[in-house]
Design a protein around this ligand. Structure first.
Ligand SMILES: [Fe+2]
Length: 148
């Protein structure tokens, strides 16, 4: 896949691929989680992947607004993302640990994207990415709290 060279578009592509891959992983854990706190985890994961998919749409449309094509397809996302796919056979605590790490990793990458957008004098993209840092910090907090 040919990637755009514009640094802001690259930061948005990274944000999109990471956000979508983490949402897909969260949805997989929504399907496969078991245990005494099934319902709480099942519902929390659903809330978080819905947020991630909605954010993916907004990030892709920001790429389009900047005049670049949005990457599509799991293979394209896999080439870009730093997030590993869902692992099979995890218990609920291991799922929570994996998602806590994933949200922290995405938040860290997004913060780099904010710097890139600010350096390029693109406050709209910086604002969008900053909002996503807030969302992933909140997601990680909720996951940590439910993990105990
Ligand atoms: Fe569901």
């Amino acid at each position: 896949m040919t990637r755009n060279t514009d640094p802001v578009v690259k930061a948005l592509e990274q944000a999109l691929a990471d956000t979508f891959t983490l949402a897909l992983k969260t949805q997989n854990y929504h399907w496969n989680v078991t245990g005494s706190n099934f319902f709480g985890l099942h519902n929390l994961f659903e809330e978080q992947y819905n947020d991630g998919y909605a954010a993916s749409d907004a990030l892709a449309e920001r790429i389009r607004a900047l005049g670049a094509p949005a990457p599509g397809g799991l293979r394209a996302f896999q080439e870009i993302t730093k997030i590993e796919e869902a692992k099979g056979g995890l218990d609920s605590k291991a799922m929570l640990d994996d998602l806590i790490d994933g949200n922290a990793a995405v938040a860290a990458t997004l913060k780099t994207g904010v710097d890139v957008a600010e350096t390029a004098n693109d406050p709209a993209t910086a604002d969008m990415l900053t909002g996503r840092v807030t969302a992933h910090d909140k997601a990680a907090w909720m996951l940590r709290s439910i993990r105990g």
